[in-house]
Design a protein around this ligand. Structure first.
Ligand code: DGL
Length: 280
């Protein structure tokens, strides 16, 4: 089975707990249009943000295996919460033991490398889920790459449910979003760059731009991850060769395929047809 899966070529897998990873997939496809992609959203079990380490690890590993089973040699965890909680164990324990020829990549490292290039005041904000904030992954990575940065973190537990339920542009949704922004900026008025460290948050880009002062730059991860993947494939031609290149994309969801197709098409402003998948 393992020899078989090593020899099969297939798409690049992109995983998220729900719809958020679509914002990353969009940028990756723009950067690497020739590649095939297989998106998996675990919508039935989203949000991951307030779940325990053990549960996020288990769910993420199930998703990664499902993508491996469908021929993926590279899987992007386009989910900060999964990257923060599951990536290290998958890379250090699961892959060497079970799939030495495959790779799982996260979104945190490339984003931290970029953040320092954008701030002038050296005071930055990181908005993410509770799980990502509690893991301190951004603080830890930023301390390595940019120790002079003043990093203010803030968890926004309502934002993912607002996106998953398409409630973010309602008066109630705006109230929660504004409230979190005020709390972040009260911590440190010198913040000039805010990293959206959750792949769901770029879906709120329009609302965020309206609510934040003009001098604050909003940094989304899609382009950063796309650049980083392109660079990775360039540096690892042996893996790039295992990825098929017909410019196609397929979408899998653990929720209803019909619901996913409707909501994802609306959120991404393009026609999306999903298929259902059960993870266990
Ligand atoms: N989109 C995921 C992230 O980047 C989180 C969503 C969730 O809480 O499920 O962190």
């Amino acid at each position: 089975m393992y020899i078989w899966s090593m020899s099969v070529n297939g798409p690049i897998g992109v995983f998220d707990s729900g719809y958020g990873g679509l914002t990353v997939l969009k940028e990756i496809r723009e950067k690497l249009p020739e590649y095939d992609f297989l998106y998996l959203g675990d919508n039935a079990r989203a949000p991951y943000g307030s779940r325990s380490f053990e549960v996020i690890y288990e769910y993420t590993w199930q998703a990664v295996q499902a993508l491996f089973d469908r021929g993926c040699s590279i899987v992007i965890l386009a989910c900060n919460t999964a990257s923060a909680k599951a990536l290290r164990n998958i890379q250090q324990i699961k892959l060497p033991e079970l799939h030495p020829g495959k790779r799982v990549l996260g979104v945190i490292r490339p984003s931290t490398e970029e953040l320092d290039k954008h701030t002038h005041t050296k005071h930055v904000g990181v908005l993410a889920t509770e799980g990502t904030i509690r893991s301190n992954s951004y603080q830890i990575e930023l301390a390595k790459f940019a120790p002079d940065l003043v990093v203010n973190q803030h968890a926004c537990p309502m934002w993912v449910p607002l996106v998953e339920n398409n409630q973010f542009d309602t008066p109630g949704g705006i109230y929660f979003i504004q409230n979190d922004l005020i709390q972040l900026l009260e911590k440190d008025p010198k913040i000039d760059t805010i990293l959206l460290a959750c792949t769901h948050y770029p879906i709120l880009q329009e609302q965020l731009r309206r609510l934040l002062p003009d001098h604050i730059e909003i940094l989304a991860q899609g382009k950063i991850v796309a650049e980083s993947l392109a660079d990775y494939l360039f540096r690892h031609p042996e893996l790039a060769d295992k990825c098929t290149k017909n410019g196609s994309v397929r979408y899998l969801t653990t929720e209803s395929a019909k619901d996913f197709s409707e909501k994802a098409s609306l959120l991404m402003n393009t026609e999306i047809q999903a298929e259902h998948l059960t993870l266990h």
